[in-house]
Design a protein around this ligand. Structure first.
Ligand SMILES: *Cc1c(COP(=O)(O)O)cnc(C)c1O
Length: 308
């Protein structure tokens, strides 16, 4: 279910730009959260959990995919959601459609509410499973180690080597998985995460921690440091902030290639990548952009009439 297509974009560019369409993973509008959820639910099946608890905002792609998975498997789904970001979106409406129980609390109560909810469910004799927000953790990292291996197979079959891989970096689990894949193979290329909100050095530290947790002590610290490129030059004012340039990027990519992007993740990262390429004078390289999903966010953006 998880493999997704890679192809070249016919862009006017000094480089060859390819795209990997993780947004086309065939479950619930796909995206990196669908790839991660698949592995989490394998674990949930093994542990025979009867209820899933997770965390995320009203615009969370992760919560949409997890609540859809739960509904399809007839498992109860409880989503702890910060009140501050509880606006109505296509993702939040889908969570409702899937019958998820949403517990709205203020941001600083989230941690305690998760603990309390897990405890209450257990006391009722049920067997809950907790998925960290965004599918963070070793299982989420593993999903992107597998994605990295998929990219390598594609390269081998198509006799192409990607010099760069770019993607939107949020919790950094996606990037951590790709870097683990690279370290395990000893491949020479640059993986660049375009931060959508977090700043250096903290945002980068979280990724490095994820890599260490996944790989153990096998790799030297310098090696991990060297491979973790986390760019915070394009976050603007932080999560979800938009600009006329991002808007133009989203419009152009939709019109020219029929690919939906969004203002929070993929549109920002694609715009950031293009600027990074210019700033660093990158030429004649094979560059892969991983489209990490978020299609319902494209429609939120369209609905705001931002694009017209
Ligand atoms: C969650 C998300 C990301 C960020 O993924 P991380 O693994 O948290 O870094 C990027 N793009 C989209 C569309 C997402 O939903």
């Amino acid at each position: 279910m998880s493999s997704s297509v890679i192809y070249k974009l016919n862009l006017e560019s000094k480089n060859n730009i390819f795209i990997k369409r993780e947004d086309l993973i065939p479950f619930s509008f796909g995206g990196n959260k669908a790839r991660k959820a698949k592995l989490f639910f394998e674990e949930i099946d093994l542990l025979k959990a009867d209820c899933v608890v997770t965390y995320g905002s009203g615009s969370s792609n992760h919560c949409r995919v997890v609540s859809n998975m739960c509904a399809s498997k007839k498992l109860k789904c409880v989503i702890i959601s910060p009140r501050e970001t509880a606006h109505k979106t296509f993702n939040s409406q889908l969570m409702e459609l899937f019958g998820a129980a949403i517990i709205s609390v203020s941001v600083n109560e989230v941690h305690d509410t998760i603990k309390k909810t897990m405890k209450e469910i257990k006391e009722k004799g049920n067997n809950p499973y907790f998925i960290p927000g965004g599918g963070h953790g070793n299982i989420g990292t593993k999903a992107y180690v597998e994605c990295y291996q998929e990219i390598q197979r594609w390269e081998k079959n198509n006799h192409i080597h990607f010099d760069y891989i770019f993607m939107a970096s949020g919790t950094g689990t996606t990037q951590a998985g790709l870097v683990c894949g690279q370290l395990m193979q000893g491949d020479n290329r640059k993986i660049v995460g375009i931060s959508i909100a977090r700043k250096c050095p903290e945002g980068r530290e979280v990724i490095i921690e994820s890599i260490r947790r996944y790989l153990g002590d096998e790799f030297k610290d310098e090696e991990i440091q060297e491979k973790t490129n986390f760019i915070d030059d394009y976050i603007l004012m932080g999560y979800g902030t938009n600009s006329n340039e991002i808007k133009k990027t989203i419009r152009d990519v939709m019109i020219d290639f029929g690919i939906p992007m969004d203002e929070i993740y993929t549109g920002k990262a694609f715009w950031g990548m293009n600027n990074y390429i210019i700033k660093n004078k990158i030429e004649d390289k094979n560059i892969l952009f991983i489209h990490t999903g978020g299609t319902p966010l494209f429609f939120d953006y369209l609905k705001k009439e931002e694009l017209l």
